[in-house]
Design a protein around this ligand. Structure first.
Ligand code: FAD
Length: 404
């Protein structure tokens, strides 16, 4: 085992993932789907069949119920073998945990359990053309209408724009003056009359087929509301901390694969009579990557343990996602460089990995906003001048507007 190999060798989940990889061919499929973007339904179903979707999702909801740390080891390995695509496929039930934790039993049976089995895909629609980082500024309306609601507005940049069977949609039931506490979550089937879906092109993670979804007078039954009116943002916020920690494990998995392969090559490729790794410019860069990767992994692992024991790790989760993205981008950049001209080609996976991991600095909250969250944790009572309820606000965002 290489010194930069799996951080938890011998963990039981690793054998299961190796078996799934042997049957699916993770790396080959990730490369094929990048070239011809489609949602990887057969891989998604296969992960579901093998119990590799929703690793930390409670068993009562159909998931594996692993502790967060064990789930992170699994996600790290999935990404190490198959890039962000396989890590994020496995994370799909986590991205919909608002449905699992707050939704009615009926909706959970209808959508969440099939999601964990890989039979349906659920989108998360928050971002709008006028509101991204500042998510509390969304303007999509959900007006009371008879025994339900009428949805009007546009969601942009959303993953699975045309592949999701249903989406968690965040819309305003209170006026703009209510800020975060005027936002309500709904689970909306994506084939309802009045919904129009458009897929747009992306730099990386093309399998997500992101795009726009417009809602014109879309009638949604009251039973599809998730939890209480005005609490949607609060539910979302709880989910984001967990997501960011697990995403850290995914990005570090891609970093590890890239570093392992580059160390291997730098040990056998020679120039000027010695392996290129023994030239200081190359060897020093790789040992720094090794240290950064291990440090970021241990930081994330500790935050996962604290999260599980109920400690507030919003700031650590934000820093973990930021750090993991940076560590991975640097390791991939070095992989491109130290594989020489071939490293820059699309015959090797590094250009794709770089494009895929680059999303980590934007999706689930941009890196600048991750910094803002951490700054607020250091000086919690100081005014920030930012809107309360943005993706940068800390806990209690539902009532944060009122406190400023
Ligand atoms: C691959 C991918 C998948 C995505 N999937 C989804 C999805 O499924 N559903 C969904 O709803 N959205 C999704 N998004 C959208 C994502 O959540 C937004 O891109 C993100 O929230 C930023 O919003 P924005 O793009 O409007 O950027 P803006 O809010 O316009 O920000 C632009 C820049 O300004 C910076 N900035 C903004 N405010 C501050 C501040 N106060 N201090 C410092 N800097 C600041 C930001 O950090 C950013 O760098 C996805 C994005 C990507 C890249």
């Amino acid at each position: 085992m290489s010194r930069v190999g799996s951080p938890v060798p011998g963990h039981p989940i690793l054998d299961e993932i190796e078996a799934a990889d042997r049957s699916v061919g993770f790396a080959r499929r990730a490369a094929e789907i990048d070239r011809s973007p489609e949602f990887p339904w057969s891989e998604f179903r296969e992960l579901g069949r093998r119990g590799l979707l929703g690793l930390r999702t409670p068993t009562a909801s159909g998931g594996r119920g692993l502790p967060m740390t064990a789930a992170a080891v699994g996600l790290h390995e999935l990404a190490r073998r198959g890039g962000t695509m396989f890590g994020k496929l496995s994370l799909q039930p986590d991205f919909s945990s608002v449905l699992d934790e707050v939704g009615s039993k009926e909706l959970r049976e209808e959508y969440f359990r099939p999601l964990v089995r890989g039979e349906v895909l659920i989108g998360n629609q928050i971002t709008e053309p006028g509101a991204g980082s500042d998510a509390a500024a969304i303007s999509m309306r959900a007006e009371k209408h008879g025994d339900g609601y009428l949805l009007d507005g546009e969601k942009s940049q959303v993953a699975f724009a045309s592949d999701a069977g249903a989406a968690l949609v965040y819309a305003r039931t209170g006026g703009p003056d209510r800020g975060a506490s005027g936002i309500t979550a709904f689970l909306v089937p994506q084939d309802l009359p009045g919904i129009e879906r458009t897929v747009e092109g992306d730099l990386g993670e093309r399998w997500m087929r992101r795009g726009r979804v417009t809602y014109r007078q879309v009638r949604v039954e009251a039973r599809r509301r998730i939890g209480e009116e005005g609490h949607g943002f609060e539910y979302l916020q709880r989910e984001l901390t967990r997501e960011r920690l697990l995403l850290g494990a995914v990005y570090l998995g891609v970093a590890r694969a890239s570093l392992e392969e580059t160390v291997e090559r730098a040990g056998v490729r020679t120039s000027f009579g010695r392996p290129i790794g023994r030239h200081e410019a190359v060897g020093f860069a790789l040992v720094e990557d090794w240290a950064r990767l291990d440090a970021a992994w241990l930081y994330t692992y500790r935050a996962l343990e604290r999260f599980e024991s109920g400690v507030d790790v919003d700031a650590e989760a934000a820093l973990s996602k930021w750090m993991a993205t940076e560590v991975a981008l640097t390791a991939i950049d070095h992989a491109i460089q130290f594989h020489g001209g071939e490293g820059y080609s699309n015959r090797l996976p590094y250009e794709r990995r770089w494009r895929d991991v680059r999303s980590g600095a934007l999706a689930h909250g941009p890196s600048e906003i991750m910094h803002l969250i951490a700054v607020r944790a250091l000086w919690p009572s100081a005014g920030s001048g930012s809107r309360a309820g943005s993706l940068s606000s800390d806990r209690g965002r539902g009532s944060a507007d009122k406190s400023r």
